[in-house]
Design a protein around this ligand. Structure first.
Ligand code: S3P
Length: 173
């Protein structure tokens, strides 16, 4: 496998892309960028506000144009939004520009992690905790084909995280 200079983390909302991404970046001494935070800074608006004012289709185009900007970066871990690889051929864009990693968790674990974290996420903000699990199951089954386009799949667990970072290090340096 060729040495990559970017790693893109993909996976469902709440799978830990940003938290784990920051850990990988600090272990490799690389930069870390959260795509949603970068969009929020560029636009001067929260993701919820962008959805509210302009709708999801507008956000998806913004997400794709922002993803294109990452192509010129190097030594960077990019934490993608949960929908990033699922629209506008973004999965291909990601795979042509770096090493993609799908961080996979079960719907039940995602639900536990998302229950207190709904408000900043427009797709789930209005769901009750009871509705949340079936939303995750349905959305994940729609999206898994896109997530599985990633070059590497990691079934996340805390105790495997360190050795997975060592594995990534061996691929990029
Ligand atoms: C989305 C996930 C969010 C954010 C937006 C849409 C999605 O990112 O991009 O709310 O479609 O799954 P996180 O996965 O970081 O929550």
């Amino acid at each position: 496998m060729k040495k990559e200079d970017k790693i893109f983390l993909v996976g469902f909302m709440g799978c830990g892309k940003s938290t784990f991404g920051r850990k990988i970046a600090s272990a490799l001494n690389w930069n870390f960028v959260d795509l949603d935070e970068y969009i929020e800074e560029k636009e001067g608006k929260s993701i919820s506000r962008i959805f509210e004012e302009f709708g999801e289709a507008y956000f998806r185009d913004l997400e794709t144009s922002t993803l294109k900007e990452t192509q010129k970066w190097n030594k960077t871990i990019v934490s993608c939004g949960g929908g990033t690889p699922c629209f506008n051929n973004n999965a291909e864009l990601i795979n042509n520009s770096g090493l993609s990693v799908y961080i996979s968790l079960s719907p039940e674990t995602l639900k536990d992690r998302l229950e207190g974290e709904k408000s900043k996420r427009p797709l789930i903000a209005s769901l009750s905790n009871i509705e949340l699990l079936s939303f995750i199951q349905n959305k994940l089954s729609e999206r898994e084909a896109f997530y599985n386009k990633a070059k590497i799949k990691f079934d996340y667990s805390d105790d495997k995280a360190e050795s997975f970072i060592d594995y990534l290090r061996s691929l990029v340096s």
